[in-house]
Design a protein around this ligand. Structure first.
Ligand code: ADP
Ligand code: GN1
Ligand code: MG
Length: 347
């Protein structure tokens, strides 16, 4: 409650519309995060919000403090979201003040803190009743299915752009044998399904601005059963790159092996012994899988005519795809080093 003072676009998410809203109250000013949930992507907002309510309540019961998990602000009639007359879904969270959100880690210690946060998150949700979660986007990190969809986009070529990106298409096709690897390991009993976050970019963690320690995992839209190694991998593809996800100068895009080592330590410290040896050994596969999967998703969206990810200019998705493919090459060049790094944690 209070009087609305300002409401400004906020953050760098690719999916939802996020605003910071400030209200004047009797005790001063209070800020909130207001979001219009992207209902093209999240087609069943009731189920999405029910997942978020359950997970945040579970984390609170486990002892998460006020700033350590998201707090939903309920509507006047007690709901977790509000649907307006145009069928837009709106939700609000308390703004976590005195926090920072990084587009790229500014130091190895920052990245360690992000890793610790996502590792602890994985561990905290280990006994969460997975069957009570709705699968919000089916096959979200099913890379073989993503590859099929990608081939479909190429063959439909709805925007007439496929001829512009032949080297990128060939790069993705050349690695077709790799895409089933995680599912094969799952079938062989080496990679369990866990409750995971599924979108572990470092801008989905808040650090405390005073201590610079991990504070809160945010962006809980994609919590679903998934693999630990893909949570690890998505963070590596984003945060262990030496450049932004949309850097145009590919000579700047490298895999920072020191960041890889730091994240491995932080994630495994956070998981606190939860992961089996075979899962630990598959962490590099998780990193490469998330990077090539993201590359094919950006390219498919470019070919489809930019229907999914928000873009700031026409080739944005293509630039994003190219950084991902460059990183895949970098991972292939550093493969033995990555494997050696994780093997040091095997019991
Ligand atoms: P998207 O799904 O579009 O990525 P997010 O939920 O990640 O949306 O929110 C976008 C950005 O808003 C985050 O990267 C972060 O900077 C900021 N943010 C989100 N929730 C909060 C919060 N409760 N307190 C402070 N900042 C937040
Ligand atoms: C999207 O919402 P955001 O910006 O945290 C996307 C992720 C991609 C990421 C690429 C629901 O994440 O899967 O990896 O962009 N989220 C969804 O930056 O598709
Ligand atoms: Mg986000």
């Amino acid at each position: 409650s209070g009087i609305l003072k300002s409401c400004e676009p906020y953050g760098n998410g690719h999916i939802n519309d996020t605003y910071s809203a400030a209200y004047k109250t009797d005790n001063g000013e209070k800020r909130y995060i207001l979001q219009a949930v992207n209902t093209d992507v999240f087609k069943e907002p009731d189920k999405l919000m029910s997942n978020i309510e359950k997970v945040t309540a579970f984390l609170r019961e486990k002892g998460c403090g006020e700033r350590e998990t998201l707090s939903l602000v309920k509507t006047r009639d007690g709901k977790a979201h509000y649907t307006d007359s145009d069928n837009n879904c709106w939700r609000m969270y308390d703004f976590i003040e005195n926090s920072i959100c990084l587009e790229l880690p500014e130091s190895n210690e920052d990245f360690y803190q992000c890793a610790l946060a996502f590792g602890k998150f994985q561990k905290a949700l280990n006994d969460f009743p997975a069957e009570s979660l709705h699968e919000i986007i089916p096959d979200f990190h099913n890379t073989p299915k993503r590859y099929k969809d990608f081939l479909q986009s190429v063959s439909e070529d709805r925007s007439g752009r496929a001829h512009l990106v032949k080297p990128e298409i060939d790069f993705i096709k050349a690695r077709a044998d790799f895409y089933p690897v995680l599912f094969e390991n799952h079938s062989a009993g080496k990679l369990p399904l866990r409750v995971s976050h599924n979108d572990t970019k470092c801008n989905n963690v808040l650090l405390d601005n005073t201590t610079r320690k991990a504070l809160c995992v945010i962006d809980l839209d994609t919590i679903m059963p998934g693999f630990s190694v893909t949570d690890f991998g998505d963070a590596i593809r984003f945060g262990a790159s030496t450049a932004a996800e949309d850097e145009k100068d590919l000579s700047k895009v490298k895999l920072d092996m020191e960041k890889f080592r730091v994240y491995t330590k932080g994630f495994l410290d956070g998981c606190g012994g939860l992961l089996s040896d075979s899962e630990i050994m598959l962490l590099p596969e998780g990193a490469k899988m998330m990077t090539i999967e993201c590359g094919m998703r950006f390219l498919a969206d470019f070919i489809d005519g930019d229907k999914y990810f928000k873009i700031a200019y026409p080739e944005h998705n293509l630039d994003r795809c190219r950084t991902q493919l460059k990183l895949v090459s970098e991972m292939e060049d550093h493969w033995d080093e990555m494997k050696k790094c994780v093997s040091e944690y095997v019991k």
